[in-house]
Write a protein that binds this ligand. Structure first.
Ligand SMILES: C[S@@+](CC[C@H](N)C(=O)[O-])C[C@H]1O[C@@H](n2cnc3c(N)ncnc32)[C@H](O)[C@@H]1O
Length: 212
């Protein structure tokens, strides 16, 4: 999987984009992923079309829109779940994200749901075919969040977690609010539920957990 992703990212940087996607389209969206061009990673993942895709934690839609652009000619389901304006920290409203989906031409490909991610997973337990689905969990992750979500996400065939590097564990808000290590929680999660794990280091880092 990683080799294929690397190949697509390479093509993407050479300007070979199967959907005719112009990278500039997501450049104004606020995201910690933008600096190190993780949009290209999500685009490549979407292009591989490995599974139905769920994202919990959408913010302005940077990762989700890039995924949908890569998946442009495929028919798999893409769902974004966020608290939107109900989140007390850095957030974006449901209507503003909907406008971005229209602007980027992916509104028909993505279902946006306003919900707490954990509540959504609990309410839809049994309705989501997790073996045929991938999840991107990006809710200002820290160790305790992984522990809370673990029983409800362990059956997904692939999970992409924002974070997992040593540098990400040391960001100011993690230290200020005394949050437990995300990196350690991800190691425990992978070990407990039998996932292979790969960490992509450029900040904020990404941890890919997948079953063979
Ligand atoms: C770091 S941002 C997500 C960034 C985004 N994935 C991107 O590509 O830039 C975190 C988001 O998680 C949302 N959020 C936080 N806790 C949540 C929860 N329990 N359920 C759903 N969304 C949550 C916030 O509203 C915020 O939009």
């Amino acid at each position: 999987m990683i080799k294929e992703i690397a190949g697509i990212i390479d093509d993407f940087h050479k300007g070979v984009s199967p959907s005719g996607y112009n990278y500039e389209i997501t450049k104004d969206l606020n995201s910690s992923y933008k600096k190190n061009n993780y949009g290209a990673f999500f685009y490549a993942l979407g292009h591989l079309d490995l599974f139905d895709f769920y994202e919990i934690g959408v913010l302005e839609g940077y990762a989700l829109i890039n995924y949908a652009l890569g998946n442009y000619f495929a028919t798999s389901k893409i769902t974004g779940i966020d608290l939107f304006e109900d989140y007390e920290f850095n957030s974006c409203s449901h209507s503003k994200v909907s406008e971005q989906l229209i602007r980027c031409g992916v509104s028909k490909k993505i279902t946006l749901i306003k919900s707490n991610g954990l509540t959504y997973l609990k309410q839809n337990e049994g309705k989501i075919d997790k073996v045929r689905s991938g999840l991107h969990l990006d809710v200002s992750n820290h160790g305790q969040i992984i522990e809370e979500f673990a029983p409800y996400i362990s059956k997904f065939s692939a999970i992409i977690f924002e974070g997992g590097s040593n540098a990400r564990d040391k960001v100011a808000w993690m230290e200020k609010y005394n949050k437990s290590s995300l990196r350690s929680a991800l190691y425990s999660f992978s070990e407990t539920y039998g996932f292979n794990m790969i960490n992509l280091k450029p900040f904020p880092s990404l941890t890919l957990c997948f079953k063979q």
